[in-house]
Structure formats: C-alpha cells, structure tokens
Design a protein around this ligand. Structure first.
Ligand code: NAP
Length: 374
C-alpha cells in the first residue's frame, strides 16, 4: 500500500521548489499525496502532468490530517506551533517532516541532512523518532560544503559571515525587491542618460530616497535594494540574532554532538543582502591540525558529488563563484580556499549554495523518500 502524504505549504517558495523537484524525480507517484492549504480551502489543487490532484483540504482540519501517514509542511513556524502538538495530543503517530525552525530545538526531533547524518537519521527512526525537520538554510549549506572536514573530525571552530538572499525570507520579498529596484530606477531615470549630469547628484537622489524610507523598505520599512541589513530573524537579547545562534546549535545537533563535550564552536554574523536567490558565506575555520590546501580540497571534493571547488584566482572567482551561477542547481560552490594569516591551522574559504534546494527542500524530499520505503 502506498503511504499517504499530506503536503501543507506547497505553493510557498520552499514548497513549490520541493514540488518541482518531486515531479522531476518522479517521487510524486510513489505515494498518495493530498494537498492542504491555510487560505484556499476548496480551491483546485495543482495539476501535474495533466493529472488533477483534487480539491485543497483545510490545513487546520486535525481529523483530516490524522488520516495521513506523513505530513510534509513548508508552511512556517506559526502553522507548526498551532497544529503539531494538537495532532500529537490526538494520538497521531505519523511522521512529521517540516521546513520551519519551530521544532528544531525539540529534543524529540532530528534535523535532517542525509549526506551528512544518514546513519543518525536511520538510528533515530529505529529508536522511534517521528519528527524530522530541515535545518537552517545557511547551516545546511555550510555542512554540505565542509562535509569532508566534519566527517574526519578536522574542524575545531568556525567564524561565519553570511550574505543571505531576500528569498530566504519568503515569496513576498522577491517581488518586493524588484519593486524597490523599480522605484529607485524611476527616481533617477530622466537623469541617467544625460551626459552632463553629476554622478553625485544621482547618488544623492538615491541615498535620500533610501533614507526617507518612502515607498521603499520591504523589511520593516528598511530598504534592501542598494543596501544591506546585518540582522536576520528576531532578537535573542544577548547581542545575537536568532539566525546567528542557529549556527552552533544546529551544526552540533545535525552532527549529533550536542550532548558531547567536544562540540564545534560556531560563531555567526548573518547579513541580508539584495541578491534574489542563494546564500553565500565567508568562513574562517580553525582546523585540528596544520594541513595543506591541496589535501583540504581533496577532502572537500571527495565527500559528496555536489561540492564544486572553484580555483582561487580572480577570473575563476568572479566568473564562477557567484549566487547567479549556482542558482537553481544543487551545486555547492567552494572557492577562495587559502591559508589565513591567523596561524597555520586556520583557513579561509567562501561558499555558495541554493538555499531553496540544499538549504530547504532537498533534505526534505530525500527524507520523504527514506520514510516511504519503511
Ligand atoms: P512563503 O513563500 O512565504 O510561503 C508560506 C505560505 O504562504 C505558503 O505556503 C502559502 O500558504 C502562503 N502564501 C500566501 N500568499 C502566497 C503567495 N502569493 N505565493 C505563495 N505562497 C503564498 O515561505 P517560504 O519561504 O516557502 O518558507 C516556508 C518555511 O520554510 C518557513 O518556516 C521558513 O522559515 C522555512 N525556510 C525557508 C527558506 C527559504 O529560503 N525561503 C529556507 C529554509 C527554510 P497557503 O497556500 O496555505 O496560503
């Protein structure tokens, strides 16, 4: 009998990328899928390869949800908070697979990233675990990039600065970044093509508009086009943002090190930038020993087939090591690999991956594949 999978949040950014991947990989026919919604109950579900997938069910109808063997949700933390515990209280024993962060800190959940923690996932299933959560996007991308070094216990600590795309905040922000760009362009359009206009006059119009926050400002009235915001997610009230504390906690949880003494220290500074898709990160890593760069490259490259090493020279870097180049691929780019001035155990590198693929939907798609085979 095919397993019944209820899919909530399938039309959001993560959900639609996941659905696209499930169709491409023919997963969608390996289980009986039902689509749920929080806002369009009774509307038609998606039409896939000319097949209609029924009417959208109410994502708050707990009885309907309990009929599912697996619930896959990309709806967000608020939805999980409202529904997950009530479902469990009703005695539902199915598998919950979630893109949101709400259950990541829960002791009964496993953060899934199977190229890194497949054995841990399988052991947890054997032990009765029913709740599987995708990791924070930059954490998953970092682990995919550094998988080789982690698997050989070569990393002592990491300082990471992120450069996160607007789509990391949800579907609303892609359109609104474009609108912001349009407003900025419109404000200087007539001056742009005049030969005798001072560039400072143009820059002044743009700067004043950005500061005025009038008509621009998609992140709580703060503009992101022509700007950046060095704060992501809420305030952890200890000088860190919530996004930053996920770095150390989730890295160690995925690697199953949280309960051990030799945890990996991860210090993060997370920045929203005006790229559309894909998250970049600059990493300063302290290794457990002095290693040469070619050995490090071999270890990174040989860990998983998605890591692509970009030669550390100007042409290769500016041509290939960009969010635009990696967008819509599963590649994890790793470049700028070099020794740091901090000492012979330190290295620097820069990595980029598509946060909607390895940073969100792909670990969940692969988790569903594991679960439907049980
Ligand atoms: P999103 O694009 O904002 O979608 C969330 C929900 O918003 C949809 O499922 C949909 O629910 C509703 N919605 C309302 N208007 C919509 C519209 N015009 N287009 C599409 N959906 C619309 O959120 P998301 O970025 O996919 O994130 C979902 C969860 O994944 C969050 O918990 C997030 O933290 C996590 N996550 C996101 C990323 C990322 O890069 N974005 C990465 C990792 C994890 P209804 O159909 O029920 O109305």
């Amino acid at each position: 009998m095919k397993k019944k999978v209820g899919f909530v949040g399938w039309r959001g950014l993560v959900g639609s990328v996941l659905l696209e991947r499930m169709i491409l990989k023919d997963d969608i026919y390996k289980f009986n899928i039902k689509f749920f919604t929080t806002s369009q109950v009774g509307h038609n579900g998606p039409k896939i390869n000319n097949k209609k997938f029924g009417i959208l069910e109410n994502a708050y109808d707990l009885q309907k949800l309990t009929e599912m063997d697996i619930i896959l949700t990309c709806q967000g933390s608020k939805y999980t908070e409202k529904v997950y515990f009530n479902l469990r209280k009703l005695g539902w024993k199915g598998f919950w697979v979630d893109a949101s962060s709400h259950l990541r800190v829960n002791d009964n959940s496993i953060i899934v990233l199977d190229p890194i923690n497949y054995n841990f996932i399988m052991k947890s299933i054997e032990g009765g675990c029913k709740t599987f959560v995708g990791g924070n996007c930059t954490v998953s991308l970092m682990l995919m990039a550094l998988g080789g070094l982690f698997s050989k216990n070569l990393i002592k600590k990491i300082f990471v600065s992120t450069y996160q795309a607007v789509s990391g905040a949800g579907s609303y922000y892609i359109k609104n970044l474009l609108l912001e760009m349009g407003i900025l362009h419109k404000s200087v359009k007539n001056d742009l093509y005049k030969n005798n206009i001072s560039i400072l006059k143009i820059e002044n119009i743009i700067s004043s508009l950005l500061k005025s926050k009038k008509n621009v400002g998609i992140f709580n009235n703060i503009p992101i086009a022509g700007n950046l915001i060095p704060w992501i997610d809420s305030d952890n009230l200890d000088g860190n943002s919530k996004e930053e504390i996920k770095g150390e906690f989730e890295t160690n949880k995925i690697l199953n090190l949280n309960k051990l003494k030799h945890k990996i220290i991860v210090d993060s500074l997370c920045v929203r930038v005006s790229t559309f898709r894909c998250h970049s990160q600059s990493l300063l890593i302290k290794l457990n020993k002095n290693m040469n760069i070619s050995e490090i490259k071999d270890i990174l490259m040989n860990h998983n087939k998605w890591v692509k090493i970009i030669q550390n020279d100007k042409l290769n870097t500016i041509t290939n090591l960009t969010p635009a180049m990696v967008s819509r691929t599963l590649n994890i780019l790793v470049g700028r690999i070099r020794k740091s001035n901090f000492g012979n155990k330190y290295i620097n590198l820069f990595s980029i991956g598509d946060q909607l693929l390895w940073g969100a939907s792909e670990p969940l798609r692969r988790m569903i594949k594991i679960l439907i085979k049980l």
